[in-house]
Ligand binder design. Structure first.
Ligand SMILES: [Zn+2]
Length: 361
C-alpha cells in the first residue's frame, strides 16, 4: 500500500526563514514556467525544459536539479487537463529528489535551499519511523499552518491477511457514529457538541460578513475538520483492532446504498458530515487493509427493518428511529445494533474467500 508519511521538521528560526524563501522562490519559478508552458503550448516536461530551463535557472537562482524539479512539477500539474493555466501558491508543496534531499543520522535531513544545503532535525513517532523504513521516491517539502513537514512516499507491504470465520458488522449512523454487531456504540456526542458550538459562532460571523469574519470562518471550518478527522481515526482504529483481536473480518454496507439512505439525512447534516462519513469509511478500509483484516461489503437491503434474530422483514419492526422491535419474535434492540447484526450475518456468509482484502473505498 502506498501512502505519504508526514515527518515534522524542527528548523531553527533562521532555517525556517530560509525554507520559506526557498519554497516561495520555487513556487514563483513554477508560476513563471506555467505561464511559459501556457503561452507556448509546451506542457510536457521535455519541451518545457527546452523552452525555459536556462531562463528559469537564471531568473530565480535555482540549481540545475531544483530547476528540473520545478519543470517536472509544472508538467505534472498539466497532466490532468490543459483547460486552465495553473497557478502555484507561495507555499505549495515542492518535490525534492535524492540529489537535493537525503536523510542523515536517523534524526535529520539534508535539504537544498537557496543558499546551499542545510541540515534540519526532524521529530517522528514510532509509527512513522516504521513507515520510513519503506520510503521510496521523491519527498515533498510542505509548510502547513506555520509548521514544516517532509511528505515521504512509502510503499508499505500489507499485513498477511488474517484467517477468519466470522465478521464484525458495522453500521454508520448519526447519534452513534458507528455501532458494531457486538453492540458497542461509538458516539458522536463530542463531535456534536463541537459542531453546534461552531455553527453558532459561524452564524454570527456570517451575519457580520467582513473580510476578517470570512477569514475566521475558514479557520473555524478547518478546526472542525481536524477534530472530526481525529475522531474518525480513533473510531476506525478501535473497530479494526476489535476485529483483528477476535479474528474477524469487517462487514460494511456497500456504498451505493448508503448514499441513498444518507440523502434524507443530508439536509440536517450538510456537506461536512457527508465528508466526515466518507472519511470514516475510508479510514476503516485503509486501517483494515494495513492490519490484514478482510473487509466485506454487503447488500444492505432490509438491514434496518429485518430482524437479526428471526429474519422477519416488516415496516412495523421499527416503531421509531431508535428502536427495533420484532413483530415476529419480539426481539428488541437498538435499531443501529440490529442493523450491524444483519450486516454481520451477510458478511459472514460471504466469508469462504477468507483471505480476500477489500480495496479501499
Ligand atoms: Zn424477530
Amino acid at each position: 500500500m502506498k501512502l505519504v508519511a508526514p515527518i515534522q521538521l524542527t528548523p531553527t528560526p533562521e532555517q525556517a526563514k530560509l525554507l520559506l524563501e526557498t519554497l516561495g522562490r520555487c513556487n514563483a519559478a513554477c508560476d513563471f514556467l506555467s505561464a511559459k508552458a501556457w503561452e507556448a503550448g509546451a506542457f510536457r516536461q521535455i519541451p518545457l525544459h527546452r523552452l525555459a530551463y536556462y531562463e528559469v535557472r537564471e531568473r530565480f537562482g535555482l540549481t540545475a536539479q531544483a530547476a528540473i524539479r520545478c519543470i517536472k512539477k509544472v508538467a505534472d500539474a498539466y497532466t490532468i487537463d490543459k483547460i486552465t493555466q495553473r497557478n502555484f501558491r507561495p507555499l505549495a508543496a515542492q518535490p525534492y529528489d535524492a540529489r537535493i534531499f537525503r536523510f542523515v543520522d536517523d534524526n535529520a535531513v539534508s535539504i537544498w535551499t537557496l543558499t546551499g544545503r542545510i541540515k534540519v532535525p526532524f521529530v517522528c513517532g514510532e509509527h512513522q519511523r516504521k513507515l520510513l523504513a519503506h520510503r521510496q521516491g521523491e519527498v515533498d517539502l510542505m509548510c502547513v499552518r506555520g509548521k514544516w513537514y517532509i511528505g515521504v512516499g512509502c510503499d508499505v507491504p500489507d499485513a498477511e491477511p488474517i484467517g477468519c470465520s466470522d465478521a464484525l458488522g458495522v453500521d454508520f449512523g448519526i447519534a452513534n457514529i458507528a455501532t458494531d454487531s457486538d453492540g458497542k456504540a461509538y458516539t458522536g456526542e463530542a463531535i456534536e457538541r463541537v459542531r453546534s458550538r461552531m455553527s453558532r459562532r459561524r452564524a454570527g460571523l456570517q451575519r457580520r460578513g467582513t473580510k476578517a469574519a470570512k477569514r475566521r470562518l475558514r479557520k473555524l471550518s478547518g478546526q472542525q475538520r481536524r477534530f472530526q478527522a481525529h475522531t474518525n481515526h480513533v473510531i476506525s482504529k478501535a473497530l479494526v483492532e476489535a476485529a483483528k483481536r477476535s479474528g474477524r473480518a469487517i462487514g460494511l454496507e456497500d456504498l451505493t446504498h448508503i448514499r441513498k439512505r444518507l440523502k434524507a439525512r443530508r439536509s440536517q447534516w450538510g456537506r461536512l458530515h457527508n465528508w466526515a462519513f466518507r472519511q470514516l469509511r475510508s479510514f476503516v478500509a485503509y486501517k483494515a487493509q494495513r492490519a490484514g483484516v478482510p473487509v466485506l461489503f454487503v447488500d444492505p437491503k432490509h438491514t434496518s427493518k429485518g430482524c437479526s434474530k428471526c429474519g422477519t422483514v416488516d415496516d412495523r419492526n421499527r416503531p421509531d428511529q431508535a428502536t427495533f422491535s420484532c413483530i415476529g419474535c419480539g426481539h428488541r434492540a437498538h435499531a443501529d445494533h440490529n442493523v450491524a447484526r444483519n450486516i454481520r450475518a451477510r458478511a459472514a456468509v460471504n466469508l469462504p474467500l477468507g483471505s480476500q482484502v477489500a480495496e479501499a473505498a
